[in-house]
Design a protein around this ligand. Structure first.
Ligand code: 13P
Length: 336
């Protein structure tokens, strides 16, 4: 499949992307938090549980993995990178190397990982990855224009290198939901970030038909006293996306950012419902959730093999709800 076909397949109707690409450090912390001793084996066992969930491909088109997992073995002996396709799911790889403070930017962060990326992408493609992810992290309160610009530039250079290598880039400028800010602050930061990202993507020659955008929804900061309801989230999110995202982009797959499954799915359903009312949107609107899909499964499993089936049921239920939300309003049946 070419870039356009892979990008379109990642956002196929009723399907979204499962983000299971926590770094070794983050995954280890999450395992420890549920009482599992972190190791390469327990990290692999947990990701095996996720990928081998029966019926996962009914709602999930692609799974984002980290470098360690891509080369680990699935039960049949093939690697995750080579074996994901047998489960009907495309393998993706997180290629950024995390964040560092940007000078003269009031504490803003920039994502690193461009050095040597061309060679790494080549190797990842050989190991089975057909798409990639790079995440920029933007704190909305006091967001400096240098932070916006540096991250947009890095995302565009990453995306161009991916397309050169025949890999679809997921472009993720994440405006964090942590903080006491309101909806308007999130909206302004997101509009500024997306505007800069699409200007840089264009300047770098990136083909918009061969990317997937992974933005945050426009939501209130977690500590804000007035939490926006799904209808407001939908209105604000679509307003910003319509003003910044070219119609040629095939799909927008939202991150969950720490929202619960119910909250993230209610917001996604409202976004799709409003988009349908406004007139058919040019892009598919779906999910690329991490925690909102997997947290229940991780807690249910907590390293006990006998709990694996129940954990997979929890994951399937969350993915089903997200898949339904990517089509429109959550129905009673979808929420069951
Ligand atoms: P969350 O949905 O847990 O925010 O994770 C998505 C992701 O991939 C962040 O980079």
């Amino acid at each position: 499949m070419g870039l356009h076909q892979v990008a379109a397949a990642l956002v196929a109707p009723g399907k979204g992307i499962l983000a299971a690409d926590e770094s070794i450090a983050t995954m280890s912390r999450r395992l420890e938090a549920v009482g599992v001793v972190p190791s390469a084996d327990t990290r692999r066992d947990y990701r095996r549980l996720l990928l081998t969930t029966p019926g996962l491909d009914s709602w999930v088109s692609g799974i984002i993995l980290c470098d360690e997992t891509l080369g680990q073995d699935l039960p049949g002996g093939t690697t995750f990178g080579e074996g994901a396709a047998a489960f009907g799911i495309m393998a993706g790889i997180k290629v950024d190397k995390g964040v560092t403070p940007l000078p003269f930017a009031d504490g803003g962060l920039v994502t690193e990982g461009l050095d040597g990326l061309r060679g790494r992408l080549e190797a990842y493609r050989e190991r089975g990855a057909v798409f990639a992810k790079w995440r920029a992290v933007l704190s909305p309160a006091g967001l400096h224009r240098r932070t916006v610009h540096a991250n947009a530039h890095a995302l565009a250079r990453y995306a161009a290198l991916c397309q050169e290598a025949g890999i679809v880039p997921i472009v993720e400028p994440e405006v964090l939901m942590d903080g006491g800010h309101g909806l308007a602050v999130c909206r302004a930061a997101t509009a500024s970030a997306l505007g800069a990202v699409f200007a840089e993507l264009d300047a770098m020659g990136v083909d918009p038909r061969g990317i997937v955008l992974k933005p945050n929804m426009i939501i209130s900061g977690t500590q804000h006293e007035d939490q926006a309801r799904p209808a407001e989230v939908a209105r604000e999110t679509l307003h910003v996306l319509s003003a910044t995202v070219p119609p040629a982009v095939p799909g927008i797959a939202f991150l969950s950012g720490g929202q619960s499954n119910e909250q993230a799915c209610a917001n996604l359903a409202a976004i799709n419902a409003r988009a349908a009312t406004d007139g058919a949107p040019p892009w598919r609107l779906t999910f690329s959730f991490g925690r909102a899909l997997v947290s229940d499964a991780l807690r249910t499993w907590h390293g006990v093999a006998a709990n694996a089936e129940e954990a997979q049921n929890r994951l399937a239920a969350n993915c089903r709800r997200a898949g339904e939300a990517s089509k429109g309003p959550v129905t009673a049946a979808a929420g069951a």
